[in-house]
Design a protein around this ligand. Structure first.
Ligand SMILES: [Zn+2]
Length: 1064
């Protein structure tokens, strides 16, 4: 189906030769791949219309040990370069050009550096210094000390990378993944390595090792620049920047050795890592991970897959995985999960690209410990049975169609970015002449091909990859004694280290750290920054949204949105006005989403903990349709999968308005009525069937232990517990209340099921009260048949005319402490973590149109921006992996949070000192910092409305929920531009100083047991009244419960409205 366009554009541009051009017929994305014949630098441009330009600078990073060179290097690249020898300057430059800073990741086989900008100007500017950083970083000893590893004055190991790996190394995920690599990959293969760096190795790593590694792999012929988005003169705009400003510098460094210098071996493909013999016999191994609750464990079963360029076979394997596990009625879910006592909470098929053969891993989570040993044998028997019984071809057709619809939907919103992963793999593993590029992207053709497959072809595939061959099985078991051992070992190790270093050694380490910090504090000359022009806000093309709100008969009409006449006429020509609230937001699209929001304000508090169970069961209950037709839960799941692109239920939108119950259904425009009919039937027609509830509750209970292991999840729940009241639905759904609630619910369901069912009926009655219902239609409204009267057809009887109550807000559900956050500190110990997760909160500003908001938003950005104050003083000193301030205007709370902190009290003091310094003038706030903050806010606003779906959704949430004009955030852009330094300092003084004062703030901490006392003492000496808690649960009690957060924090498009000022 795909075809190469005739060569109309030049095949040469300066040093660059066109390697391949691809035009796929199912999308307007044009792809061209180029390579410099002089330096070997390769470039791929995915060209399409969009307000955001994304760049991925990818280096193939192969390493044969656990030193962590690829990962440490990733961090060090941001510490300055030959032409720009200042720590963090790259982010300052990016921030000026309408970006939110740079980012990067290190995978098993590559390191990718990324940047996104609103509009092209900032992007074209940043390329040159970014490549200078990647190819010619300073790699100083000082950078190593703060960013990678050092010993702090107390004798503890610290540093940004070290802290990050400390937070990861002993988690079940990392422990199991590493063991798997060791078992699966033969000696000599780089795939065995921990590319992040093991703590033990990081403690002895040197900057010289990293420099050597850099000189081998960070070379132009091993670097690919992937750009997605629109440039004014197409790809030649990009190539001319590279030709004129990048190539000369590479050549000056003697890197004009062509695409294949003598002796160069392509990483992975031409090294020992490519040697991949079949797995000779099945290996089963056990990994223990630290966890006091020993009730459930995990499992990974890995098989060898096809070669990376067997694209059709890969697609088919992906589809068979979906067929087996994608919904409650999928064969494996039915057998293992959707039962009274689940054998696990998820089964997930994945693939990892490797040079010779893919790794096909099956991940299984929350398996009751007593079932772990037999699980893989049982699973194999199940797969064998699927082969014997054959494939349900009707379900298979549904799975393929749905997958294809979802890809089309993703293509519409993400465009060329959809292919970034594919292009990275092509760079690492694909044919160098670009001959595999087209086939790798041609997914629609792959769908067409597998649609013709027979049941036999599918079962042969299963047999070939998952039944006949040997595998590597890694079982992960929780161990309370290991948790205790790790803790005491670490204490002993640090004590020995202190002993070994002695006061002098510690002093020396401290001096070294101080000197390193001083070196980084070297100010960036303002001229370099000013050289980078700040683009004009007007240069960004925002997506227009036509909008019409009909609040319902007898209710005050909303202000009309300009340029929406076509939409108004179209809606008003269909039937008569409705008694209830519907807002229509039109954009160009092949899809439409309908959303229903129900207020939970009137719900009795005792019912709130039950909401998460209701959410989890929501799409998997039997339903009586409006027609009277009765559907089993399996019918419901099958039909929904067959008729929709996606469906989702949750609390609120994008982290806001959590006191509303939301249902969203996305369909192709032709199926608009189907979507509305489902909204009605799912809400009013669901049958609270005892068996189904039992399954849901069992599943939730089983996933609790895994959630409880996560420091951030526990912190969120503890925070909500203290700052919100019984009136808060989201608080009731947190992990801590659910641990208590779920066992009781399970007992109640078995003893008095009618009571649980009555409670759920009661929830529905309250939620469906006509005074609190709002509907939204976002997508191609002008293409819809009967856009308005279809609502009447399904909801007229259920929703008679009634006064509309206000949108419920989280500010109405604060506890006494939330209303007045002063003095209190709670420090909870959690045995599964080694670092700390912390949030401090105080009063901020409240409301969606507060006059101080523009200055506040800039103030937040000034502190949060990558390489700005918090980053430099906290992350840069290795005190925490993340540190940020956030403002929740819905509840009116301002917070300071630390993520994976190795020393949370020092981090707190640093933040406090920064704020005091800024306010008293001893730390200066430069114009360039202010410019960068403003520019980053522009990026945030543009990104938030960068796709048609997002733009339509923001139009709805603004008018219907926030009570502000349709384009509120874009309208504010001009106000941000006039915010002054004094405005920002005023906000710091008025709101941020109280955040760092115990008499006007609260502190919530979740930390490793070993750190609890120290942190509690630190907080007490800062003036907090401290309470210590321990998260411990009787394992037997725990064996029976849960809460499924998938429903509360789903990743749907409806949740992607991120204008909540909460950046992490
Ligand atoms: Zn990292």
């Amino acid at each position: 189906m795909a075809s190469v366009t005739p060569v109309a554009l030049p095949e040469k541009f300066g040093n660059f030769d066109l390697v391949k051009r691809v035009k796929l017929d199912f999308t307007d994305v044009q792809v061209s791949k180029w390579q410099s014949r002089v330096t070997g630098l390769s470039v791929v441009h995915l060209d399409y219309e969009a307000p955001i330009v994304n760049g991925y600078f990818v280096v193939g990073t192969e390493i044969f040990d656990d030193s962590g060179c690829p990962h440490t290097l990733e961090h060090l690249v941001f510490m300055g370069s030959e032409k720009y020898p200042y720590k963090g300057i790259i982010d300052h430059l990016a921030n000026r050009g309408f970006s939110n800073g740079t980012n990067a990741w290190t995978d098993n086989d590559h390191t990718a550096y990324t940047v996104s900008t609103a509009g092209e100007q900032g992007f074209l500017q940043i390329i040159v210094p970014y490549i200078d950083h990647i190819l010619y970083p300073t790699l100083t000893k000082a950078g190593f000390v703060t960013e990678v590893h050092h010993i702090d004055p107390k004798g503890q190991d610290s540093g940004v990378v070290y802290s990050e790996m400390q937070g990861r190394e002993n988690t079940s995920g990392d422990l199991m993944a590493l063991r798997l690599q060791r078992l699966l990959d033969p000696p000599g293969s780089a795939y065995r390595s921990e590319t992040g760096g093991l703590m033990e190795a990081l403690r002895v790593l040197t900057i010289e090792q990293i420099r050597k590694y850099h000189s081998t792999y960070y070379v132009p012929h091993n670097l690919s620049l992937i750009v997605t988005g629109k440039l004014s003169s197409g790809t030649s705009t990009l190539l001319s920047v590279l030709q004129e400003k990048v190539e000369p510098n590479l050549i000056a460094h003697g890197q004009n050795l062509g695409p294949r210098p003598t002796g160069w071996k392509r990483p992975f493909v031409e090294t020992a890592s490519a040697i991949r013999p079949p797995i000779k016999e099945t290996v089963k191994d056990l990994v223990e991970f630290p966890e006091n609750d020993e009730s459930v464990g995990e499992l990974i079963i890995t098989f060898l897959g096809p070669a990376p360029n067997e694209f059709l076979e890969r697609k088919a394997l992906e589809i068979i995985g979906t067929y087996l596990t994608s919904s409650p009625v999928a064969p494996l879910n039915k057998e293992y999960i959707e039962i009274d006592t689940p054998l696990c909470t998820y089964i997930y098929f994945s693939e990892d690209t490797r040079a010779t053969a893919l790794y096909m891993a099956i991940y299984v989570g929350s398996i009751p410990t007593e079932h772990i040993d037999k699980f893989d044998t049982q699973l194999k028997a199940s797969l064998q049975r699927v082969v014997t019984e054959g494939i349900d071809m009707e379900r298979m057709a549904m799975v393929i169609n749905r997958d294809e619809r979802q890809l089309r939907s993703k293509l519409e919103s993400a465009k060329g970015d959809t292919f970034s992963g594919t292009i990275i793999n092509d760079f690492l593993y694909g044919a160098e002449d670009g001959s595999e590029l087209e086939a790798s992207m041609d997914e629609m053709n792959q769908y067409a091909a597998v649609r013709k497959w027979t049941s036999k072809q599918w079962t042969d595939l299963l047999q070939k990859y998952y039944i006949d061959p040997h595998s590597v099985v890694v079982r992960g078991k929780p161990s309370a004694s290991l948790a205790a051992k790790l803790e005491s070992d670490e204490k002993a190790r640090v004590a020995a280290q202190v002993e070994r270093l002695g006061p002098e050694g510690l002093k020396k380490a401290e001096t070294e750290l101080e000197e390193a910090k001083a070196e980084h504090d070297k100010p960036i000359p303002t001229e370099i920054l000013l050289d980078f022009a700040v683009p004009s806000v007007k240069s960004i093309a925002f997506i227009p949204v036509q909008s019409l709100q009909e609040p319902g008969t007898g209710r005050a009409p909303a202000a009309r949105v300009p340029d929406s006449e076509a939409l108004s006429e179209y809606i008003e020509s269909d039937g008569s006005s409705l008694p209830f609230f519907v807002q229509y937001d039109h954009v160009e699209s092949d899809f439409v989403s309908v959303h229903a929001l129900f207020s939970l304000t009137k719900l009795p508090h005792r019912l709130r903990p039950l909401i998460s169970t209701y959410l989890s069961a929501f799409f998997a209950l039997p339903v009586v349709r409006q027609s009277g037709e009765r559907l089993t839960h399996e019918d419901v799941v099958n039909k929904l999968d067959n008729e929709t692109v996606s469906y989702d239920v949750g609390l609120g939108v994008g982290g806001l308005f959590a006191e509303t119950f939301r249902i969203s259904i996305k369909v192709e425009t032709a199926h608009y009525e189907t979507a509305i009919a489902w909204l009605r039937d799912l809400m009013y027609g669901a049958v609270f069937d005892k068996e189904r509830l039992q399954v849901t509750i069992a599943k939730i209970q089983q996933s609790l232990p895994e959630m409880k292991r996560d420091g951030n999840t526990v912190l969120g729940s503890l925070w909500a517990d203290l700052l919100h009241s019984d009136a808060s639905t989201s608080r009731a759904g947190g992990i801590l209340p659910q641990i208590d609630f779920m066992p009781k619910l399970a007992t109640q369901l078995s003893e008095k099921p009618e009571q649980v069912i009555a409670d759920l009926e009661e929830i529905r009655r309250y939620a469906a009260d006509p005074s609190g219902v709002r509907f939204s239609v976002t997508g191609n409204v002008l293409k819809l048949n009967k856009p308005r009267s279809t609502w009447a057809k399904y909801f007229a009887t259920a929703l008679p005319e009634k006064t509309l109550s206000p949108v419920p807000l989280s500010s109405q559900t604060l506890s006494e402490l939330g209303e007045k956050p002063v003095n209190k500190a709670v420090v909870m110990s959690l045995p599964t973590i080694e670092s700390s997760f912390v949030t401090y909160s105080t009063k901020g500003i409240k409301g969606f149109n507060h006059p101080e908001y523009p200055a506040f938003r800039i103030a937040l950005e000034v502190l949060n921006a990558t390489e700005s104050y918090l980053w430099r003083y906290i992350r840069g000193s290795g005190l925490a992996y993340g540190a940020y301030v956030s403002l929740d205007v819905e509840s009116g709370l301002l917070s300071f949070s630390l993520y994976r902190s190795s020393n949370s009290m020092s981090a707190y003091k640093e933040a406090s000192n920064v704020l005091k310094g800024l306010v008293d003038g001893s730390i200066s706030l430069d114009t360039t910092t202010l410019d960068a903050a403003k520019s980053t806010v522009v990026y945030g606003v543009a990104k938030n409305v960068s796709t048609a779906g997002r733009a339509a959704l923001v139009s709805f949430t603004n008018q219907a929920l926030r009570g502000v004009p349709q384009t509120h955030q874009v309208d504010l852009l001009e106000q941000y531009q006039v915010v002054t330094k004094e405005d920002v300092l005023g906000i710091f003084k008025k709101y941020f100083l109280p955040l760092f004062d115990a008499s006007s703030s609260v502190a919530i901490v979740v930390t490793a047991p070993a750190k609890q006392d120290e942190i509690a003492d630190g907080l007490a000496s800062s003036g907090f009244s401290v309470e210590k808690r321990t998260l411990e649960i009787d394992p037997e009690e725990l064996a029976e419960h849960d809460h499924d957060c998938d429903s509360c924090e789903s990743g749907s498009e409806f949740d992607s409205d991120s204008e909540s000022d909460d950046r992490s």
